[in-house]
Write a protein that binds this ligand. Structure first.
Ligand SMILES: [Zn+2]
Ligand SMILES: [Zn+2]
Length: 143
């Protein structure tokens, strides 16, 4: 896994620096997409600016993916470092759930094929209200 990471950097003409290695190690410790500030916090001994610069480079090179929620960027490892999945995000509490669903994948391929489009990658995010928050909502009264 580290070999891939290093060869991606090397192929891009980038060196394997201590901050870059440290940030990658931090990302490996979690499955959850994290706020960039949180990644910086979990990477001790590396200054915040270096963490942000590393993340920017990683995303450019496809090592990580960054999604903006509200105004906040969240970053996580991209494929092939993490299995393919999608996110379901609760608008109320911000909870992020990972989903992997073969039917979804098949449908996307089917749609692309129907449009004679060669699908190379896709991004799907579901946003809504999670189970916990739904329980807190006032139930509609029967009329
Ligand atoms: Zn929620
Ligand atoms: Zn997918």
């Amino acid at each position: 896994m580290n070999a891939d990471f290093e060869s991606i950097l090397r192929d891009a003409g980038q060196s394997i620096t201590k901050p870059r290695q440290a940030v990658f190690e931090t990302l490996k410790t979690t499955d959850e997409p994290l706020k960039n500030g949180e990644i910086a916090k979990r990477t001790p001994n590396i200054d915040r600016a270096s963490v942000y610069r590393s993340l920017e480079l990683f995303t450019k090179l496809g090592i990580t993916t960054t999604t903006i929620r509200g105004w906040t960027p969240f970053t996580e490892l991209a494929e092939p470092f993490k299995p393919h999945h999608h996110h379901m995000i609760c608008e109320q509490c911000g909870r992020v759930e990972e989903i992997a669903n073969d039917t979804l994948e098949d449908v996307l391929t089917l749609v692309a094929n129907r449009h004679e489009f060669t699908l190379k990658s896709h991004t799907v995010e579901l946003s809504g209200i999670c189970k916990n928050c739904r329980a807190d909502l006032p139930q509609p009264t029967a009329s």
